[in-house]
Ligand binder design. Sequence first.
Ligand SMILES: Cc1cc2nc3c(=O)[nH]c(=O)nc-3n(C[C@H](O)[C@H](O)[C@H](O)COP(=O)(O)OP(=O)(O)OC[C@H]3O[C@@H](n4cnc5c(N)ncnc54)[C@H](O)[C@@H]3O)c2cc1C
Length: 468
Amino acid sequence: MTTPQTFDVLVLGGGPGGYVASIRAAQLGFSVACVEADATLGGTCVNVGCIPSKALLSSSEHFEWLRLHAAEHGIAADNVRVDLATMQARKTDVVLQNTKGVEFLFKKNKITWAKGFGTLLPNNVMEVRAHDGTVTHLQGTHVILATGSVPIQLPFLPFDERRVHSNVGALQLAEVPEHLIVIGGGVIGLELGSVWRRLGAKVTVVEFAPTILVGNDDDIVREADKIFRKQGLDIQLGTRVIGADVREDGVTVHCVQNEQTVSFDADHVLVSVGRKPTLHGIDAATLGLALGARGEILVDDQQRTNLPNVYAIGDVTGGKLLAHKAEEEGVIAAEVIAGKPVHMHQHTVPGIVYTWPEIATVGSTEAEVKASGRAYRTGKFPFSANGRARTMGETSGFVKFVVDAESDEILGCHMIGPNVGDLMAEVVLAMEYRGSAEDIAITVHSHPTLSETTKEAALAAIGRVLHM
Ligand SMILES: Cc1cc2nc3c(=O)[nH]c(=O)nc-3n(C[C@H](O)[C@H](O)[C@H](O)COP(=O)(O)OP(=O)(O)OC[C@H]3O[C@@H](n4cnc5c(N)ncnc54)[C@H](O)[C@@H]3O)c2cc1C
């Protein structure tokens, strides 16, 4: 073993969890090294997740808007066509701006990027193997594990990124597929399915469960299903994929639906059936690191693992696999190391689906509150009754609150509609302070804004809706 270079904080993984933990730890005065094997910083989110998918979602939204809605605004946009190579090049450039941005922040905060594959050894020592084979060792007083997650493969349909894609290949297609089968009607499947549908592909979403977006509020799921079908997604629910034939020019996917065998032919398949924690470089059994049933690293609400001075954050800890959760857990871990009395609030982590309309959700669904036996009320307001939404021509969807029957405390909020990913921020803030529907209802909201829908839904929850 080489003589280890020592740091106060050693972070394994440079995704949103690891890079934000590194920045916060450096701000708190610690010496920090972050071990990242990829050629760029930013992890799944920046390289092959949130950022490239949102770039393509934005581009394809513009295309669809021009095609379907420009005329009603008096804008003639005839012969609108897609130049996919330019769209993909723009996406790559957006990713580059973000990875370079993280690199700049590392330099600014004097964080050492240890480039290479890290393996955690006992006593908080990390072996780092660079791409040229050089091996060095680092030692941290504290270690933060942020190794992320990887997509789950179907055993009979392994990713080849040629015909059978994970998120990586599905973001890089050089041609619009004629027919894309999306296996899994969750967030990633619906977002990427929407991109390729808007660009001209026939898209079939095959979902094992009886609904898309399993785990979301029932009203939201019903509305989303209706809207996505109207947009042209072919959604096959209660359909179990049992096998597939992959050919040079396409794939046939075999399924069971209503106890009958059905098959779908397509030129490309996206398998988006979930992600699982990755423990690359972490031999949990040898280290004595405690894992949960799904292979996730078990942590408390201060991100501590069962090993002394070893913390874990982000997707590798399971729960909601979201970048902003990973980031906040990174901040918590760094601050706990600095002795601050902070705790992670999982209940107020929002989730967004960046389809159009968007879907945003935080806290408990109505079904969850009902099942808990707690007395509750709901308040709902549609975007069709909001002035700003009408000016935009974006009137589908609604905001729904679930509140405690006596105190009005907000227990959950569920939105589907234009820009609801941004509208959700005020509700999350209110919930952080255990706010009530009345707190939002008596707050002045600018007119005309989409945010008035949130205010009206809060008013509805306390029986005082104004514009309905
Ligand atoms: C298509 C898609 C779209 C998404 N969209 C969104 C979205 O809009 N909003 C959102 O909140 N979330 C989104 N996500 C989820 C989000 O990307 C993840 O939740 C987030 O990246 C998790 O961050 P992380 O730091 O825990 O892990 P990761 O981002 O996975 O980063 C882990 C890093 O650790 C490195 N690493 C692992 N092991 C080692 C090792 N042994 N040595 C060195 N390096 C190692 C990896 O190379 C990687 O860079 C999306 C995901 C996908 C796939």
